[in-house]
Design a protein around this ligand. Structure first.
Ligand code: CP
Ligand code: NVA
Length: 310
């Protein structure tokens, strides 16, 4: 049988389609158990350290509650309070934390840091968002799509906006899961070219079609899922004004969503800026499933932890 014991969870591209489906199925199963009040203490007495060098609401709370529901405990570690904030090498930090903990979740800026932490650690490391990717989000999102649409393969997801960490993970996931994806970004804000290349290679194997384009109308045409994210991510606050100008034609609103399928679903990883990347009517409308996505962060991350830390 498939086992992910001891693995890191850094990028979706590191996992086979079967492994990703396994995690989604496990998330759905753990969700059912939690709702039914059935015990599922798969990580009894295990401890997850959670390093945060950026803000968080969903990731922090869902990981902490998740490990608790699995019978373990979470330890919030602020990056600025840890000695890494004063220059202690990541390698040493990784070695030391491995002597106390059973798993580490880290949210930081440079992706390289997470890779280094995973290399130095003898316990599983989970990427809780870097400037490059946000795999926990994409896993929870595809669980959410499956629950709403009953399938993943062949669905079309349109992403309108910034070529950022969230779209990178969504693309990698789509290619693995046989979904089609169209991404529309302004010039200069395209997704990372290495990620695009990897995604295209994976897509060829699964029959998924991935398109990167300029025109939001072209991207959204006949989409089953319409996704957007903030125009300025954490760490890009000083670019807010210039980005508002660059992205002005990329708002997901009632005008644009006319071109999607009638039964399209709107998704956003949150936090959102109403009136910027999405209109109030769309994000708070009947097609929006943003809070189901947010909830599924809990279930998907429980699946990840249970699979790699047990
Ligand atoms: N979507 C997401 O990761 O939210 P937080 O920044 O609140 O964790
Ligand atoms: N792209 C956003 C996602 C937040 C969950 C950011 O990195 O700030």
């Amino acid at each position: 049988a498939l086992s992910l014991k001891g693995r890191d969870f850094l990028m979706l591209v590191d996992f086979t389609p079967e492994e990703i489906r396994y995690l989604i199925d496990l998330a759905i199963d753990l969700k059912k158990k939690q709702k039914a009040g059935e015990p599922h203490q798969l990580l009894k007495n295990k401890t997850l350290g959670m390093i945060f060098e950026k803000s968080s609401t969903r990731t922090r709370v869902s990981f902490e509650v998740g490990i608790y529901q699995l019978g373990g405990q979470g330890l919030f570690l602020s990056g600025s309070d840890l000695q890494i904030g004063r220059g202690e090498p990541i390698w040493d930090t990784a070695q030391v934390l491995s002597r106390y903990l059973d798993g580490i979740m880290i949210r930081t800026f440079e992706h390289r840091k997470v890779v280094e932490l995973a290399r130095g650690a003898t316990i599983p490391v989970i990427n809780g968002l870097t400037d490059l990717s946000h795999p926990c989000q994409a896993l929870a999102d595809y669980q959410t799509v499956l629950e709403h649409k009953g399938r993943l393969e062949g669905l079309k997801i349109a992403y309108i906006g910034d070529g950022n960490n969230v779209v990178h993970s969504l693309m990698m996931g789509a290619a693995k899961l046989g979904m089609h994806m169209s991404v529309a970004t302004p010039e200069g804000y395209e997704p990372d070219s290495d990620i695009v290349k990897q995604t295209m290679d994976n897509a060829e194997e699964t029959g998924s079609r991935i398109q990167i384009c300029r025109d939001p109308k072209e991207a959204i045409a006949d989409a089953d899922i319409v996704y957007t994210d903030v125009w300025a991510s954490m760490g890009q606050e000083t670019e807010q004004k210039e980005r508002e100008i660059a992205f002005a034609a990329y708002q997901v609103n009632e005008e644009l969503t006319k071109y999607a399928k009638k039964d399209y679903l709107f998704m956003h990883c949150l936090p959102a800026h109403r009136g910027e990347e999405v209109s109030e009517g769309v994000i708070d409308g009947d097609s929006s499933i943003i809070f189901d996505q947010a909830e599924n962060r809990l279930h998907a991350q429980k699946a990840i932890m249970a699979a790699i830390m047990s």
